[in-house]
Ligand binder design. Sequence first.
Ligand code: C5P
Length: 227
Amino acid sequence: MSVGVVIVAAGSGSRLGASVPKAFVLVGGRPLLEYAVRAALSARPAAVVVAAPASHVDEALDLVEPLSREHGIPVQVVPGGAERGDSVLAGVRWLPEACDVVLVHDAARAFTPSEVFERVAAAVTEAVPAVVPVLPVVDTVKVVDAEGFVVSTPDRAALRIVQTPQGFRRDVLLAAHAAHGSLATDDAGLVELLGLRVGTVPGDPAAYKITSPADLAHAERLVDHRG
Ligand code: C5P
């Protein structure tokens, strides 16, 4: 099994209100993308590819080249697309053919421990071609209608919060994107639509998605704490 990692970093991050794309926002003086790439490299994949905003490809290359040298693992940067799915495909197309397992990771989950990458990759098999890291749901969740009235209360014990990296057999990931495009909010959702099995492994609270200014403040505290 040869693992390739696609880090999608081409979003604008408008909800963060920053003047640069989210992956280039500084935390502890370093861009979020650097933390994400370092975590992926620590899991020792065969290759890493970053889908960056077209405007920031050169900046991303300057960032990843020293990390690639430091770890002795190829790291490439490609321009991402208009939708997240386009960015995923742009990345997968660059990965060496030999990478039969692909991990797709959001740069916005910059503080994901490398163990999560390892757990996900190890759980992808012929029979379980897609694997997602999950956390239990601690709050009660309601389904509401368009007016905000409660429709139902799903059984919390059966619910999970889903993170990235999500792991796939490469052929299955490509087939899922070809068949269903952007019909789901995550890549595993596309595999579900193919009717294939999606497995779960434990995620990590540190793999939270940096979306709001409060999430960014939390990230600063995390980095401070790590020293
Ligand atoms: O927009 P959202 O928060 O769902 O984005 C999740 C991840 O997908 C982010 O890391 C973002 O950079 C990436 N993305 C991308 N290309 C897009 C849109 C989002 O790489 N066109």
